[in-house]
Design a protein around this ligand. Sequence first.
Ligand SMILES: [Zn+2]
Length: 113
Amino acid sequence: MHELAITQSMLDLVLEEAQRAKAKEVKKINLVIGEMSGFVEECVQFYFNFLGKGTIAERATLSFKMIPARARCRSCSKLFELEEFDWTCPYCQGNSLEIISGKELFVESIEVE
Ligand SMILES: [Zn+2]
């Protein structure tokens, strides 16, 4: 269910930006989704269709870009991309990791007219 809330705030942001740019219509919204965010594209799209109705973003296309999760090893402080289900540091084999990105969903840019 958290897609609903995140889609709402994403839409608010987009409309705010569009208004600032004095746009008549939002054509495209470029979104970035972290691999570990748990957000499902179809869900975001679904809520967007629902929430965007009657706004100038109604007909906007959503474009999703997945970014890999990144972690920092607590033992050796190195940064690396997390492989799925592999929770060990490739440098020191430690397994105390801190996720530093990959849980986000944000608007990278929008295209307006
Ligand atoms: Zn390490």
